[in-house]
Design a protein around this ligand. Structure first.
Ligand SMILES: [Zn+2]
Length: 482
């Protein structure tokens, strides 16, 4: 472990210890609170102008919600796709930390290996098992299945998760292997550690502010005129969009990078202290400082130029993905295609699927829901939770499903004189098809983590709520013990 890695490890500990749960973290693209919802809203509105039947208000809402929730940690490690190599996120270009180290640390804190966005969009098995605790299966095929089964609400919610991936493909950092670790670390801490943290991707930071200030943005009317589909299937749309952002734009750390032949600079124009570099169609791609020679794209006129090209493409591709979804649903109804069911997760696979970062982020979400007396209430709830967890662990550790048996109710006479001795069940005996242990344990974990079943909602304002939820869990354990 070199100094840098130790620093990163310490930084993570620092974040945990100081209770900085609002970790707007990682390798995320457009932010989930403003930018993704804004783009998805535009997609749904343009869709309704171009295609029939129209999406209802609540279907639009589901799509928007899904596109925001796809950012739940650690799902976003799968939001990269490099169209020049077909690869997933490789951990490259993160503050000079070797990519293997980034991958090791990422595996440690996220608990998973990334796959490409193209793979992720369809990978029902991976989503349903490894990510069971983090939103589970939201693959495209799951949306088609749900719709065919009549659960339209959840179908559109899952399709919203797919629209998120489409939107991410329009972010150059996500298609040009540009990692950024965007954590709100205080400047004093950076000085203390002697390192500077990545400030995140400038384009994404800019896009977030832009989205906040332009919530009533309307690109629909312009895009409706002379509408032309830019792609025809989900994969087609993901790939075409990734090529557009990869081939025509830079990310901060890939300006004129040897790994990428494109974009080519068409002309340079000197303007004051800078040399402006222009690409195809006269798009301003970056500025070079004439004195320091530094190439940067962190200027709002550049971000605006990028957004003006990239956002419409994301919207156009999103519209076609919804259209493709409806076509696939029709095919499934007519039994022209068969959607396979994903693997069911086993209890121990669920435990193995726990992501430390995902849990930290989960805590962050709980904390975010608390508006007043944040620390006081969190502390109370934490104490309460610790007690409850201790109690729960005690119950689990003192409970042995293999040896559990009901105490005999016969008299002493019978015990002394009886020849028969009742043995506990053989743990290595063949699996009893009626044994529901695994199923119930799975249910409990899902229940505790808010996946499937009723949501285990930590409402800190209402302690009773937490107690009730825990009581329910205990009840389930009691059923197991019987
Ligand atoms: Zn994303």
């Amino acid at each position: 472990m070199n100094i840098k890695n130790i620093s990163i490890a310490l930084a993570i500990c620092f974040l945990v210890l100081t209770g900085v749960f609002f970790v707007r973290a990682g390798v995320e693209a457009y932010d989930s609170h403003y930018c993704h919802p804004l783009l998805t809203k535009q997609i749904t509105e343009l869709y309704n102008k171009i295609y029939q039947p129209n999406l209802t208000k609540s279907q639009k809402q589901k799509l928007i919600q899904g596109s925001s929730d796809e950012d739940i940690a650690p799902r976003w490690i799968n939001h990269f796709y490099d169209p020049t190599t077909g690869k997933e996120w490789l951990g490259q270009r993160l503050q000079g930390v070797p990519e293997e180290k980034v991958r090791q640390i990422s595996k440690l804190i996220f608990g998973k290996d990334p796959v490409s966005a193209l793979n992720w969009a369809h990978n029902q098995n991976l989503q349903n098992t490894d990510y069971r605790l983090y939103q589970g299966n939201r693959a495209f095929e799951s949306a088609v299945s749900l719709y065919s089964e009549g659960d339209k609400d959840n179908a559109y919610y899952n399709l919203g998760h797919i629209l998120h991936l489409i939107e991410d493909m329009s972010v150059p950092a996500h298609t040009r292997q540009d990692s950024h670790f965007d954590v709100p670390v205080q400047k004093e801490f950076e000085q203390m550690m002697g390192i500077t943290f990545d400030d995140g991707e400038p384009y994404e930071n800019w896009a977030q502010n832009y989205a906040i200030q332009n919530q009533d943005l309307n690109l629909v009317d312009i895009l409706e005129k002379n509408y032309q589909p830019i792609c025809y299937s989900l994969d087609d749309c993901l790939i075409i969009l990734s090529q557009q952002s990869n081939n025509n734009f830079f990310s901060q750390d890939t300006i004129l990078d040897d790994d990428y032949d494109l974009p080519k600079i068409k002309k340079y124009i000197i303007e004051g202290e800078h040399i402006n570099a222009y690409g195809d169609a006269g798009v301003l791609l970056f500025k070079k400082d004439r004195e320091s020679g530094k190439k940067r794209l962190d200027y709002s006129e550049i971000h605006q130029a990028y957004w003006d090209k990239l956002a419409p493409m994301a919207i156009l591709a999103g519209v076609e993905v919804i259209k493709y979804f409806h076509e696939e649903v029709e095919k499934a109804k007519n039994e022209e295609i068969v959607i396979e069911k994903p693997l069911k997760p086993k209890f121990f696979a669920l435990l193995g699927g726990i992501s430390p970062w995902g849990e930290l982020a989960r805590l962050g979400r709980f904390a975010e829901s608390v508006k007043q007396d944040f620390y006081a209430k969190l502390n109370d709830a934490w104490q309460e939770l610790q007690l409850s967890i201790r109690d729960l662990i005690f119950r689990i550790t003192t409970f042995n499903p293999f040896l559990a048996f009901t105490p005999p109710t016969f008299s002493i006479d019978e015990t002394i004189f009886s020849e028969e001795i009742e043995l506990p069940p053989d743990p290595f005996a063949e699996e009893d098809p009626n044994d529901k242990t695994d199923e119930i344990l799975t249910e409990i974990v899902e229940y505790m983590t808010g996946v499937g079943g009723p949501v285990f909602n930590f409402d800190f304002q209402n302690q009773q709520n937490v107690e009730e939820a825990l009581d329910d869990i205990y009840e389930k354990f009691d059923i197991l013990r019987q």
